[in-house]
Design a binder for this molecule. Sequence first.
Ligand SMILES: *[C@@H]1O[C@H](CO)[C@@H](O)[C@H](O)[C@H]1NC(C)=O
Ligand SMILES: *[C@@H]1O[C@H](CO)[C@@H](O)[C@H](O)[C@H]1NC(C)=O
Ligand SMILES: *[C@@H]1O[C@H](CO)[C@@H](O)[C@H](O)[C@H]1NC(C)=O
Length: 408
Amino acid sequence: MARLMNNSLFGLLFMLVLVSHGFCEIFDVSVEEYVKMKEFLASVNKTPVKTITTKNGDVFDCVDIYKQPSLDHPLLRDHVVQLEPPSYPPMKKLRRPSSYITVMTDNDGEEDACPFGTVPMTRVHMEDLLKFGSVENYKSKYGRSGYNALGQTEKHQYAVKETDGGPFYGTQVTMNVWNPVIDTSHHQLFSLAQLWVSNQQGNDTDTVEVGWHVYPAFHRGSTTTRLFVFFTGNSYGPGSCYNSRCGFVQVHNKITPGMTLPKVSKYGGTQENITISAYKNDTSGDWWVGYEDSNGYAPVGYWPKKLFKNLDKEANRIVWGGETDSYVSSGTTYAPMGSGHFASEGYRKAAYMSNMKIKDSSGKFVDAPSNLDSQTPMPNCYKLGDNSADVATVGQHFYFGGPGGTCS
Ligand SMILES: *[C@@H]1O[C@H](CO)[C@@H](O)[C@H](O)[C@H]1NC(C)=O
Ligand SMILES: *[C@@H]1O[C@H](CO)[C@@H](O)[C@H](O)[C@H]1NC(C)=O
Ligand SMILES: *[C@@H]1O[C@H](CO)[C@@H](O)[C@H](O)[C@H]1NC(C)=O
């Protein structure tokens, strides 16, 4: 819906009122900017070979693997898409994805996948751009600020463990999946569980990050738990980016960042796990993302080495755990992390990181060290359990999380 506010040709203002997910939002943009947005959408949303709408209403366009938007990145002009991931010890047999791993289902509940040679891409909508007021603002804030389009000051909270030094060439971790409730009326933005792999040299930080998150503002109001990836090659500056649209090269035809995970754990009941990994191709410097569950392993895609200042060589910090984010305003509270229960509640009740492994200079994945550093700046909200080397069963592991709240 568009209503003209005045008559001068280019000073013209549209007032766009979008009603979605029960929210009514009003946006003011000039006609000039609106035209720019239309052009941007046409360039970033590639012509699909096929479109898949999932049960929960997500739309994935199956796009030619060589025409995916990440390859429009200025640093990737001459990039040759790598289809073979480096070997992944312990080498998992690539199995035909089963219904658990196949989370993209069409409206009839049938399993679906993008045809050979194409990859699933989430669509960018006009509504996404309008929130940012301009294409430039969208492009520069899409990374670190995600969808905090209004630019309020954000406060991130953590409960994480880390190891520093290295050199490290990757990590793998198994975590249980939860669906923490995000209270947007108290300015909560997201809650996540993830791995971070970074190279920090003075003020320069490169990272690759993989995990699950609940981030309604990023997913058009959706409160499902989704796989996500993130990278920065410039200390979280412009160009840092979530998912497969601006750097991450998608290669798998079914498993993709942005997809809803099919199963979440029940408090006191079944614990649903995913195993994720981020690891370097030793020769090329590209960083691959692996996704694995009880049915097998799938290489999802990778970040080409050219996106990084230092991480293409090695990592010197690996971090695992939870994070929440709210913007600071009157009445701000912080989201539940993990299961929303404190780490001390233990198995079936709290979130965990388990089977934590690190790819070291030998090229092998070895158990993470037991002397990890802990960070819990807000222990009233979120806590960490001790790490335990119960290696025989679930490897190096720890519990984390808590209810959030005012954290005072
Ligand atoms: C790693 O990267 C190199 C250089 O781009 C490439 O030749 C190789 O096929 C890649 N994969 C493996 C398994 O090393
Ligand atoms: C790092 O950042 C600090 C604070 O902005 C600045 O004073 C310092 O010069 C920077 N160091 C380098 C090596 O760029
Ligand atoms: C998830 O991992 C835990 C710990 O290894 C295990 O006890 C549980 O059975 C796993 N859940 C499923 C659904 O396989």
